[in-house]
Design a protein around this ligand. Structure first.
Ligand code: NAD
Length: 474
C-alpha cells in the first residue's frame, strides 16, 4: 500500500473522532475499487473546528511573519521527504498519471511553500499615506474549500498564504481527494504547527462545505470548484456579510491568428486542453482557428491526440489516466454525444471507452472540428479530454468568439506579430492570456472574469486576499 487513510478529523491539533457515523468512500478511478473511507463531517464537527481556529487566531496572528514562516520552512523540509508517497496517493485517489503527479501535483506545490515564505517575509505590512499609516493584518479564520483536480496545489494556494499572513484555517478537501489532504495534514502535525491553526474536516459540500460558509466564526471563505457550487458558497456567506474568493470553471479560448506558427500553436493548445485528462479549470478547450487553416490544424491536433497513451496511471508511460469518477465520465460521454447530435465533426475519439479499458473511468481523447460556438460543447465546461476546434474569419471575429462565453478564466493568442497578439489579448475578457506558449507561472495573479469567479490567487495578489486593511490616522 502506498497511501494511508485516517478515519478521523484533524481539529485543534489532534486527530479526533467525528461526531457522527457518516463516511465517504474514496474510489480508485482506474480500478473502480474502494480505496478507503474517511469521515463525512457533520455541522457539529465543523463548529468544533471553526471554534478551535477562532481560539488559535489571536496568538497566531500576534507572531511575527518570520516566526510564522519558520513553520513553512519546516513544512518544506518534511514535504520533500513525503513527496513520492503523496504523488502515489494522488494517483490512487484521482487517477492522474504518476509522472504528472510527481512533476505537477506534488512538484509545483513544493515550490509554493518556499515562495509563500519568501513573500510573507518580504511583504511590507505597514505603509505610510500622508499623515496615516496603512496597516495590513490577518483577516481571521479562513474557510478553505478545495476541488480534487489539483488537490494539493489548490490547498496550498489557500492554506499556506493564509497561515503565513496570520490567519487560521478550516479546510474541507473534495470528496474524491481527501487522502492527499490527510497526508499533508500529517506533515503539519509532525512540524508541530500550533493547535487550531490548521483544521481538516473531510466531508461533503452540501453538509460540511455549507456549514463552513455559514459559520459565524469563519470570517472569509476561499472556494475553488464549479460555478454552481461557488454560487451556493457565496449565497451562504452573504448572510454573514463575509467576503468570498471564488475560483470557478472555465471554457478558455486558444486564439490562433492567420500568421501564427501552427506547429507551436497546436502543440501548446493540445498540451493545455488535454493536461490532467482535460480536468483543468484553465484548459484551452476551444481552439479558435482561421477558417482557411481548419483542416491543417485539425490534422495536426489529431496526430498529437493519437500519440497519447491512455491507461493505468501507475504506468510511467501513461500520459492520460482515467476520469475522476463514474459520474464525471458519464457527463463527459453525454457531452461527446451532444457534439455529434448537434452536427460537429468528430475528428478523433468518441463516446465509447478506449479499447481494452472497459474497467476504470476512461474516456477517449476526443477532438471535434467545424464546431459552432453556440453548440453545447463550445459553451459548457466539459472537464474532460474533449477539444472543440472552431473556425474564425479574422481577428475581430476571433475576439468575438473568444468572448462569447459565460466564462473568462484563461486563454491564449498565437501570432507572429507581437503587437497584433497583444492587441487581441487586451480585448479578451478573461483573467489570464498566454501569448505564443503555454506557461505555468506560480506568482502572477490567477482568477476569473464573469462566471469564472472573483478575487485572485497565487503570489502577492493571492496573499493580499488574506489581509485586512486598517488605516491609522496619526
Ligand atoms: P465542485 O464544485 O463539485 O466541488 C468543489 C468543492 O466544493 C468540493 O470540496 C465540494 O465538496 C465543495 N462543495 C460542493 N458544493 C458545495 C456547497 N454547496 N457548499 C460548499 N462547498 C461545496 O468541483 P470539483 O468537481 O471538485 O472541481 C471541478 C471544478 O472546479 C471545475 O468546474 C473546475 O473548473 C473548477 N476549478 C477551478 C479552478 C480555478 O482556479 N478557477 C481550479 C480548479 C478547479
Amino acid at each position: 500500500m502506498t497511501w494511508s487513510a485516517r478515519e478521523q478529523l484533524y481539529i485543534d491539533g489532534q486527530w479526533v473522532s467525528p461526531s457522527g457515523t457518516e463516511t465517504i468512500e474514496v474510489v480508485d478511478p482506474s480500478t473502480e475499487e474502494v480505496l478507503a473511507t474517511v469521515p463525512a463531517a457533520s455541522e457539529r464537527d465543523v463548529d468544533r473546528a471553526a471554534r478551535a481556529a477562532a481560539r488559535a487566531f489571536p496568538a497566531w496572528a500576534a507572531l511575527s511573519p518570520d516566526e510564522r514562516c519558520a513553520y513553512l520552512d519546516r513544512l518544506g523540509e518534511q514535504y520533500a521527504a513525503q513527496s513520492e508517497k503523496l504523488a502515489r496517493t494522488i494517483t490512487a485517489e484521482m487517477g492522474a498519471p504518476i509522472t504528472q503527479c510527481r512533476q505537477v501535483h506534488t512538484g509545483i506545490p513544493g515550490e509554493v511553500i518556499g515562495q509563500t515564505a519568501r513573500l510573507a517575509r518580504e511583504y511590507e505590512y505597514t505603509t505610510r499615506m500622508g499623515e496615516s499609516l496603512i496597516v495590513r493584518e490577518a483577516y481571521g479564520v479562513l474557510g478553505a474549500i478545495t476541488p480534487w483536480n489539483n488537490p494539493i496545489y489548490m490547498m496550498f494556494l489557500k492554506a499556506l498564504p493564509a497561515i503565513a499572513a496570520g490567519c487560521t484555517v478550516v479546510h474541507k478537501p473534495a470528496e474524491a481527494s481527501p487522502l492527499s489532504a490527510q497526508l499533508v495534514c500529517e506533515i503539519l502535525d509532525a512540524i508541530e504547527l500550533p493547535a487550531g491553526v490548521y483544521n481538516l474536516v473531510t466531508g461533503t459540500g452540501k453538509v460540511a462545505g455549507s456549514a463552513i460558509s455559514r459559520h459565524p466564526a469563519v470570517e472569509l471563505v476561499s472556494f475553488t470548484g464549479s460555478t454552481g457550487a461557488g454560487a451556493h458558497v457565496a449565497a451562504d456567506a452573504a448572510a454573514g456579510v463575509k467576503p468570498v474568493v471564488l475560483e470557478l470553471g472555465g471554457k478558455s479560448a486558444n486564439v490562433i491568428l492567420d500568421d501564427a506558427d501552427l506547429d507551436r500553436a497546436v502543440q501548446a493548445g493540445m498540451q493545455s486542453a488535454f493536461n490532467n485528462a482535460g480536468q483543468m479549470c484553465g484548459a484551452w478547450t476551444r481552439m479558435v482557428v482561421p477558417r482557411a487553416r481548419l483542416d491543417e490544424v485539425t490534422e495536426r491536433a489529431v496526430a498529437i491526440a493519437e500519440g497519447y497513451v491512455v491507461g493505468d496511471p501507475r504506468d510511467e508511460a501513461t500520459t492520460i489516466g482515467p476520469i475522476v469518477s463514474a459520474a464525471q465520465r458519464d457527463s463527459i460521454v453525454t457531452y461527446i454525444r451532444s457534439g455529434i447530435d448537434q452536427g460537429a465533426t468528430l475528428a478523433c475519439g468518441g463516446p465509447e471507452p478506449p479499447k481494452g479499458l472497459e474497467r476504470g473511468f476512461y474516456v477517449r481523447p476526443t477532438i471535434f472540428t467545424e464546431v459552432g460556438n453556440a453548440m453545447k460543447i463550445a459553451q459548457e465546461e466539459i472537464f474532460g479530454p474533449v477539444l472543440a476546434i472552431i473556425p474564425h474569419d479574422g481577428d475581430e471575429d476571433a475576439v468575438r468568439i473568444a468572448n462569447d462565453s459565460i466564462y473568462g478564466l484563461r486563454g491564449a493568442v498565437f501570432s507572429a506579430d507581437p503587437g497584433r497578439a497583444l492587441a487581441v489579448a487586451k480585448r479578451m475578457r478573461t483573467g489570464e492570456v498566454d501569448i505564443n506558449g503555454y506557461k505555468l507561472t506560480i506568482d502572477i495573479p490567477f482568477g476569473g472574469y464573469k462566471k469564472s469567479g472573483y478575487g485572485r490567487c497565487q503570489g502577492r495578489f493571492g496573499f493580499e486576499e488574506f489581509l485586512q486593511i486598517k488605516s491609522i490616522q496619526l
